[in-house]
Design a protein around this ligand. Structure first.
Ligand code: CP
Length: 350
């Protein structure tokens, strides 16, 4: 059984399998109309969503399967205090595969430890969003044709932006990829992620300076729900706004991506620019999730390609957004390539 908790759970070869499957689905939709007939997807969404939950639902329906689940934890027994572990044990009896979004970082990892069916992380706090990354990769492949030697600008909330973290982990594995980071001081990419990038990133203070260099500009929303201090959100929310004047500085074949929802960070007149790919990106999300569901259900006897050596620790994770602060699970850690001890669930340094 295979889960998808983090974008690096898939090798680049496995990513290729899923992207190529998505392209095949786009070209041969009728061939997949009954591909998951008799199978059930459970969508367990503890946090709001439009695109991810509905695209998973549409994906399973277009594969001929069925969907059950909840879109608001308050309508489930979570509101009575049921743990993630118990919820997953129960849902494993009702479905064949689970897509789960949770506000606590590491929740899908905990779920995978108690599940008898594949778990797909549909976003956990500020940690990871691997199916958005597959969506982004399919969009880059369809828009630009390749992943190697791209300069990718990441703009906005690089601190809490889980889509950014997952995309960096996936794209840094390709040859010659360079990241250009554009964010307010307070929302900079976490140091451990910069460390992973080595020499392959640069930081710019404005979109205007970075724009002529970019093959991809990945805009993100400053996420109100991740701020403890509303005044801090108000101060930072409009720090970077992409408009038509800034688009005039970009390469002719540059593409603008955004995981959406958008608030103010891209003006609506940019939507008319053919380089604005974010609504095409949404549609790609459905196809790549069809490919993922189909592939994970067929990989039931395929060993995980990415394994982390973990051990039980006494050290408590100091990330107050981590699932270990609320779920009675064993505290697990691993040592990363630089010798740093990290929480197994949320990857924060212990
Ligand atoms: N991109 C994304 O995750 O959108 P939703 O929050 O609407 O699912």
């Amino acid at each position: 059984m295979r889960h998808l908790i983090d974008s690096v759970d898939l090798t680049t070869a496995e990513v290729d399998v899923i992207i190529n499957r998505a392209l095949d689905i786009i070209n041969n939709k009728e061939m997949y109309a009954e591909a998951c007939h008799g199978k059930k997807l459970a969508t367990l969404f503890y946090e709001p969503s439009t695109r991810t939950r509905l695209s998973f639902t549409a994906a399973m329906m277009e594969l001929g399967g069925n969907v059950l689940g909840f879109s608001d934890a308050k309508s489930s027994s979570v509101s009575k205090g049921e743990t993630v572990a118990d919820t997953i044990r129960v849902v494993s009896s009702f479905a064949d595969i689970i897509a789960m979004r949770h506000y606590k970082e590491g929740s899908p990892r905990v779920a995978s430890e108690f599940s008898r069916i594949p778990i797909i992380n549909a976003g956990d706090g500020g940690h990871a969003h691997p199916t958005q990354t597959l969506t982004d990769l399919l969009t880059i492949r369809r828009e630009l044709g390749h992943f190697d030697n791209l300069t990718i600008g990441l703009c906005g909330d690089l601190k809490y932006g889980r889509t950014v973290h997952s995309l960096i982990k996936a794209m840094k594995r390709y040859e010659g990829v360079h990241f250009v980071l554009i964010s307010p001081e307070e929302l900079r990419l976490p140091d451990y992620m910069k460390h992973e990038l080595g020499e392959n990133y640069s930081e710019y203070a404005t979109i205007e300076e970075a724009m002529p260099l970019l093959d991809v500009l990945y805009m993100t929303r400053v996420q109100q729900e991740r701020f403890d201090d509303p005044a801090e959100y108000e101060r930072l929310k409009d720090a970077f706004i992409l408009d038509t004047e800034k688009m005039a500085l970009a390469k002719e074949n540059m593409v603008v991506l955004h995981p959406l929802p958008r608030v103010n960070e891209i003006t609506v007149d940019v939507d008319k620019d053919p380089r604005a790919a974010y609504f095409r990106q949404v549609e790609n999300g459905k196809y790549v999730r069809m490919a993922l569901i189909y592939t994970l259900l067929s990989w039931h006897d395929k060993e995980p390609s990415h394994k982390v050596d973990t051990f039980i620790t006494d050290q408590i994770c100091n990330n107050d957004r981590c699932i270990v602060t609320t779920e009675p699970v064993e505290k697990k850690a691993y040592t990363d390539a630089d010798g740093v001890l990290r929480c197994y669930y949320c990857d924060h340094a212990l």
